[in-house]
Design a protein around this ligand. Structure first.
Ligand code: MG
Length: 369
């Protein structure tokens, strides 16, 4: 289809309480919404790199500007008939994976709407239902954490992810494992450690974690391979995998045994599908991560979580977990214990609520052919 107009919105979405991880604390999620228009039709994308360049080198304001000034101008006026063609059109711009992701996601929503198919069906997902897990940031106290995990257990969540950072590490995992001896648990280090922390990771082996997510530097593959060779617990890469090329190198180096795919982080649905297929071929299972996006971004995560090589509950959360109201409509709700169901409407089946978009937008730009 010919891309006529691209609208870009930089939004700030207040969280109910701050989300604390190894890279800091966010009380607001800053996200970039993209509306891609072709004739009478449109599609939405959302890419959420966070407010500051602490998770990756990208950040919301930077993604807004890169999209407005460099990437969107490469697409408007062009006839784009596949995700691969879209990626090729953007390939003169180095890096900027989150920024490219917003455009690629919007193209896929538009494409699926034009095909009259839900995105998950178009990408050959197994079925609309996906398994989701519970996720806990760094909390005020161990007692508070244990109480929250108990609630999630009662609600039927089948796995628990714990943010892990210096000072909230081995003692925290020991306490959780003691209280919940059989629960599926993994930790997410958000790149807070170095290879010199190997003895601590070897100690973690005794807690039978499902995996250790991104223990070392955000762009590393080699040290992760050395660490993986020295511990029993599988490593899952998140931040390090920004493209299919990086995934291929991680597989060759044996840097990990799992890959967390975030469609926005890797440059969109096109790249997420490529990584999924590479991993499937190599026998590396995947799951889908999130950046606390609105329901718009989470609708893409849900569609991708229907893929056959997604073999662990994904980070997809009901709106009420983090927000008073969702920017997107419909909001995300559980369709059963530990379960979310992808929309049966064409496309992702979700878009920003117009009044909320207006209220939460801090900047808007329009790029036309
Ligand atoms: Mg992670």
């Amino acid at each position: 289809m010919r891309i006529d107009t691209i609208e870009i919105y930089h939004v700030a979405m207040p969280l109910i309480y701050p989300f604390r991880t190894a890279y800091g604390s966010d009380d607001c999620i800053e996200s970039i919404l993209v509306r891609m228009v072709s004739g009478q039709h449109y599609g939405w994308g959302e890419t959420s790199p966070l407010r500051s360049p602490t998770y990756s080198g990208e950040w919301a304001q930077g993604v807004f500007l890169a999209t407005r000034d460099w990437l969107a101008p490469l697409l408007v006026g062009q006839d784009v008939t596949s995700g691969e063609q879209l990626q090729k059109a953007l390939s003169s711009i180095k890096g900027n994976h989150f920024a490219k992701g917003g455009l690629d996601l919007a193209w896929w929503d538009l494409h699926a709407r034009l095909q009259g198919q839900p995105l998950w069906k178009l990408i050959e997902g197994r079925g609309a239902d996906v398994e989701v897990g519970a996720d806990f940031g760094v909390m005020e106290s161990l007692d508070a954490l244990l109480a929250e995990i108990a609630k999630a257990q009662e609600a039927g969540f089948k796995r628990t992810k714990l943010k892990f950072r210096p000072g909230w590490d081995l003692n925290m995992v020991a306490a959780v494992r003691e209280r919940f001896p059989d629960m599926t648990i993994h930790v997410d280090c958000n790149s807070a450690y170095r290879l010199s922390d190997l003895p601590m990771f070897q100690e973690l082996d005794r807690y039978h974690l499902a995996m250790i997510e991104q223990p070392l530097a955000h762009d590393d593959l080699l040290d992760h391979a050395k660490l993986q060779a020295s511990i029993r617990t599988p490593i899952c890469l998140d931040e390090s995998i920004v493209s299919p090329e990086k995934a291929q190198k991680a597989i060759e180096l044996k840097s990990c045994r799992w890959i967390n795919i975030k469609p926005a982080r890797v440059g969109g649905v096109t790249q997420a599908l490529a990584i999924h297929d590479l991993c499937q071929k190599a026998g590396i299972p995947c799951w889908i991560g999130g950046m606390l996006e609105s329901a718009v971004g989470q609708a893409f995560n849900t569609a991708l979580a229907t893929l056959p090589n997604v073999r662990y509950p994904s980070d997809i959360f009901p709106t009420s977990r983090f927000y008073r109201e969702d920017l997107g409509e419909p909001a995300v709700t559980l369709s059963g214990p530990s379960k979310v169901t992808a929309s049966r409407k064409p496309g992702i089946g979700c878009e920003p609520h117009p009044e909320r978009l207006k209220r939460l937008a801090v900047e808007r730009a329009v790029v036309k052919a």
